[in-house]
Design a protein around this ligand. Structure first.
Ligand SMILES: NC(=O)c1ccc[n+]([C@@H]2O[C@H](COP(=O)([O-])OP(=O)(O)OC[C@H]3O[C@@H](n4cnc5c(N)ncnc54)[C@H](OP(=O)(O)O)[C@@H]3O)[C@@H](O)[C@H]2O)c1
Length: 420
């Protein structure tokens, strides 16, 4: 594809689609024009001439005048049909749809190999932050040990508004939606699923592991209790939704998305509003930190633009870490995590699930909490994890390889003090 002759078949003209149009108008270095736009709703008034729009997928995919497909819709199933249809037709694709990518990543990698056609998706992980290509290229020979980040702009916007500005959850979510940060289905954001989908992409490019999204322990921000928030305030900590993947000494990988207590000096504690932050940890470079806007029309479109530019010099992902087979598999049974669990009378976590209980507290006004160490697989399987009235937040320590539990440590905490 020639830098002076990019002819885009665009799908979606919502927040990001319109952002792309704006960005292209202001980018003199790239001669790209939108030739056709596939959308869904026939009743909407559009800001561009009506003849540009179509409601038929194949009219865009089969148009020989278009040499790249940019997929920016909010329907993952239709996005899958568009992206696979384009790759099978030999048309390069740029997409932002992390849900679709995470659900079909292995197949899409195979399809790129079979067709020899590139699929780029820088904006799908952390929007404007240039992480995927950096993980692929800059770190191609450096074995990464971990990635840890705030990778969902809406939940970070909501948590910032609630804790810094004392706005209610509902008002903060509504504002995130107004500003175009939130997914059309807000559950994807607030239940942590969007962060989980992005973590699947980071796992592939950072650690060489294609994981199924449903295999990653994911807890969102809707259940964070008032007691957990006041625990954070009292200890001078902040709660953020953190996605983490860490290589264990035996080559397995621990990965989770959890609300997490952070010390104020932690890089991620200073990531506010819709910003994202990603820390890479590696043997040679130690800790590095990416910071930037993780949502919004123009920041997201800027990453799409960068992918379009990359296509003009023949760029494609080689999935170098996958070829190096640097990580073996998700190994939640070999990992453990320190957590704060808050609960009320009649909603208690199972004490036997913990390998160590560090602290136990009861207040008449606020309820109960305990802090303890629990295996990642145990936590994921715990029926009490999803019970209303129980809230789980990770303590500041990173995920790590499971230690042998000290004998009877959980039982050492006076069982009589804990509600059953
Ligand atoms: N917003 C962000 O900050 C951000 C950041 C990173 C990634 N993303 C991703 O970017 C994608 C688009 O997000 P957005 O915020 O731009 O969404 P949006 O504002 O809701 O726009 C969605 C667009 O998709 C079109 N669409 C939906 N279903 C379709 C179908 N079956 N066929 C054709 N068109 C269809 C809609 O058409 P109509 O116009 O006819 O309704 C609309 O133009 C999503 O995958 C999202 O996860 C968004």
């Amino acid at each position: 594809m020639n830098r002076n002759d990019i002819r885009i078949g665009l799908f979606g003209f919502g927040v990001v689609g319109q952002g792309l149009h704006t960005v292209l108008e202001r980018t003199p270095g790239l001669r790209a024009r939108i030739g056709r736009i596939g959308v869904k709703d026939r009743s909407k008034t559009r800001s561009l001439p009506p003849e540009l729009f179509t409601f038929e997928r194949d009219e865009v995919l089969d148009d020989p005048a278009l040499n790249v497909i940019v997929e920016l819709i909010d329907d993952a199933d239709e996005a899958y049909r568009i992206v696979t249809g384009a790759l099978r037709r030999g048309k390069a694709v740029v997409t932002t749809n992390k849900k679709m990518l995470a659900e079909h990543l292995q197949e899409l990698i195979e399809l790129q190999r079979q067709t020899g056609t590139p699929l780029l998706y820088e904006a799908a992980a952390c929007a404007s932050l240039p992480v995927i290509r950096n993980l692929e290229e800059y770190y191609d020979t450096d074995l990464l040990d971990a990635v840890e980040g705030i990778i969902n702009g809406s939940t970070n916007y909501i948590l910032t508004a609630m804790h810094r500005d004392a706005v209610t959850f509902a008002a903060a979510l509504a504002r995130a939606q107004e500003l175009g940060f939130a997914e059309s289905n807000p559950a994807l954001d607030v239940e942590g699923l969007d962060a989980r989908n992005k973590l699947v992409l980071l796992l592939a490019h950072a650690l060489g592991l294609v994981a199924r999204p449903e295999d990653i322990l994911t807890v969102g921000i809707t259940g964070i209790s008032e007691l957990a928030s006041s625990y954070a305030r009292e200890k001078g900590l902040v709660i953020k939704l953190v996605a983490e993947a860490r290589r264990l000494p035996d080559g397995g990988v621990a990965a989770a998305v959890l609300p997490t207590l952070l010390r104020p000096e932690h890089e991620l504690a200073r990531v506010h509003d819709e910003y994202n932050g990603l820390i890479t940890q590696s043997l040679f470079t130690d800790r590095q930190f990416f910071l930037g806007r993780g949502a919004g029309a123009v920041p997201t479109a800027s990453a799409v633009l960068s992918d379009l530019s990359a296509l003009t010099y023949g760029y494609r992902y080689e999935y170098k870490k996958l070829q190096q087979q640097s990580a073996r598999a998700l190994a939640p049974a070999a990992a453990e995590v320190d957590v704060l669990v808050t609960f009320g009378q009649g909603h208690a976590p199972e004490r036997a699930d913990f390998s160590r209980i560090h602290e136990y507290f009861h207040s008449e006004q606020q309820g109960y909490y305990l802090t303890g160490t629990i295996g990642l697989a145990r936590l994921a399987a715990a029926a009490w994890l999803r019970q209303p009235g129980i809230s789980v937040v990770r303590l500041p320590q990173p995920l790590r390889a499971a230690q042998a539990a000290p004998v009877a440590s959980a039982a050492e905490v006076e069982a009589a003090d804990c509600p059953a």
